[in-house]
Design a protein around this ligand. Structure first.
Ligand SMILES: Nc1nc2c(ncn2[C@@H]2O[C@H](COP(=O)(O)OP(=O)(O)OP(=O)(O)O)[C@@H](O)[C@H]2O)c(=O)[nH]1
Ligand SMILES: [Mg+2]
Length: 498
């Protein structure tokens, strides 16, 4: 077949047409439709569940129902320890099958077990935790892709974004893979965005949990490929000692899995963590599609890269969870920013995390300390000339830009492992950022005046006691410098001196 032939595409199109004409209107996608379904309205969700249960419903008009649980349920205080217990919910597992199971029987089994999983999540949501499970993948076809990748892999590499590994990690996936007798490794991609000290901290954390993990940077390795410098390790760290936080090069990573027998590595994880990018650099050429938006890979792909190694790319999947909010998910890059309705909540998170100095530098604006999302977006809109048709600042356009910059690491925030002790300086910097500047005596030292009658007046953030005022007055009378005395007083209260 000649190169760039369209025959393959034409065959896929024809196949899609055939399936479309026979498929149901409420796309539960038993055909080749691998479109991820994360957000569904209640009716679609209901119809999907009905289709899975092979049930049909007819609509009854003019009936109004008020759900009591919705009224009672809202606003209830949830015990954080209970939520923590449900931090990682179960993901759907492929039911067991035997040699004699026909494809039709297996499909029925899969649908049944998927339906049971959806129902168990609903029960957890309503009666056990009384909290909302954040959006998760609802298309059984996409989960089928994950099951297939795990089945054909000897080693399952769960790729996570190294900036926030705990958001992306799934302990349930780890135990599932291990129960199947396969090897599980955690790959912390985008290591280029994480400073060395934090990589070390994260490594210590995962070592303490006995999790085999490797830092990797597809972006840096791609740069080396482009410069024809493959083999060099950008990070220049000592491979032989493999210190904590070590970032692996392509060859070092592959050699971890090169055994006597052939090994298939499956790359799974949330959308947008860089699964396809890692595969491309391991192949040293672009074999699979990569995009800055989540949901690029729709179908698993298998690539034989050497007689000993095969790689398998999987579509990204959003696992169910209760602790993360939708806004948090947006900042993690797993929900598409372009289709976002609420821009302010995720930008609010960015405002809380990124220092105002970094935001000022990135957008060329001036902020006096931390600002709320709306003010930040207004300033950016005014500076960039983003206006709506009615002449108001276009906060939505500015918000999407900020969120994309955050997800792509152009404005950076890296999460710390639980229990990390931060340096006093770093904490002081953060506190300074979050408190109004005038509270800082260094920046606003106050003013001490002594008039001719010897009366002392001090205007500053520290309130002098009567006794201290008297001491200052007498110091001035003695001809001493009252400012020196004031320094002593402020120092004794732990306040920086003027
Ligand atoms: N800074 C940085 N960016 C990376 C790295 N690896 C991938 N990316 C970026 O992350 C984005 C997503 O990359 P993909 O490889 O498409 O991610 P994926 O996990 O395959 O995503 P889906 O196919 O949607 O599941 C792209 O914009 C990449 O350029 C990395 O090591 N460092
Ligand atoms: Mg991909």
């Amino acid at each position: 077949m000649p190169k760039n032939s369209n025959l393959g595409k034409a065959l896929i199109r024809r196949q899609n047409k055939v399936v479309k004409s026979t498929s149901s209107i409420h796309t539960t996608d038993y055909g080749p439709n691998l479109q991820s379904i994360i957000d569904q309205n209640n009716l679609d969700e209901f119809m999907t569940m009905a289709a899975l249960a092979n049930k049909q419903f007819t609509a009854q008009k003019n009936v109004k129902l008020v759900s009591e649980s919705r009224i009672v349920g809202t606003g209830a205080k949830i015990d954080p320890s209970i939520l923590q217990q449900y931090r990682y919910l179960q993901f759907p597992k492929r039911p067991k099958w035997e040699q004699g199971t026909t494809p039709e029987q297996l499909e029925e089994l899969e649908k049944k077990s998927f339906l049971e999983w959806r129902r168990s999540l609903a029960v957890t949501e309503e009666s056990e935790i009384n909290s909302v499970v954040t959006p998760f993948e609802k298309n059984i076809e996409v989960w089928r892709q994950l099951w297939r990748v795990i089945e054909r892999s000897d080693v399952v590499c769960q790729i996570v974004d190294a900036r926030n590994p705990l958001f992306f990690r799934s302990p349930d996936l780890e135990s599932y893979v291990k129960d199947l007798g396969k090897k599980y490794v955690l790959v912390l991609n985008k290591a280029d965005l994480v400073p060395e000290n934090l990589r070390k901290n994260w490594s210590q954390y995962f070592v303490s949990l006995d999790i085999e993990h490797y830092f990797f940077s597809a972006a840096c390795q791609q740069e080396l490929i482009d410069k024809d410098m493959v083999g060099d390790n950008e990070f220049g760290n000592d491979y032989s000692s493999r210190a904590l936080g070590y970032v692996y090069s392509i060859q070092e990573f592959l050699s971890l899995f090169e055994k006597e027998t052939h090994t298939t590595l499956g790359f799974v994880g949330y959308p947008n963590v860089g699964k396809s990018s890692v595969i491309n650099v391991l192949c040293k050429k672009k074999c699979v599609g990569v995009a800055a938006q989540p949901g690029k890979t729709k179908h698993l792909q298998t690539l034989i890269i050497s007689p000993k190694i095969t790689l398998c790319d999987c579509p990204g999947l959003v696992f169910p969870s209760v602790l993360s909010s939708r806004a948090e998910m947006v900042t993690c890059g797993v929900l598409p920013i372009d289709q976002l309705k609420d821009i302010l909540s995720p930008v609010e998170i960015v405002c809380l995390r990124v220092s105002s100095k970094d935001l000022e530098e990135r957008y060329g604006i001036s902020l006096n300390g931390r600002v709320c999302a709306s003010l930040l977006l207004q300033k950016i809109s005014n500076h960039r000339g983003f206006y709506t048709g009615s002449g108001l600042p276009d906060e939505v356009k500015a918000g999407k830009m900020v969120l994309k910059d955050y997800v792509n690491g152009r404005i950076l925030y890296v999460h710390k492992p639980p229990g990390t002790v931060e340096s006093i300086e770093a904490m002081a910097e953060e506190i300074k950022e979050s408190i109004d500047e005038q509270f800082f005596v260094e920046k606003n030292p106050g003013k001490l005046t002594v008039d001719e009658s010897g009366t002392v007046t001090y205007q500053g953030t520290y309130k002098l006691t009567k006794q201290e005022k008297r001491e200052l007055k007498f110091a001035a009378r003695r001809g001493e410098n009252p400012n020196e005395k004031l320094k002593e007083i402020l120092k004794s209260h732990g306040v920086a001196s003027i």
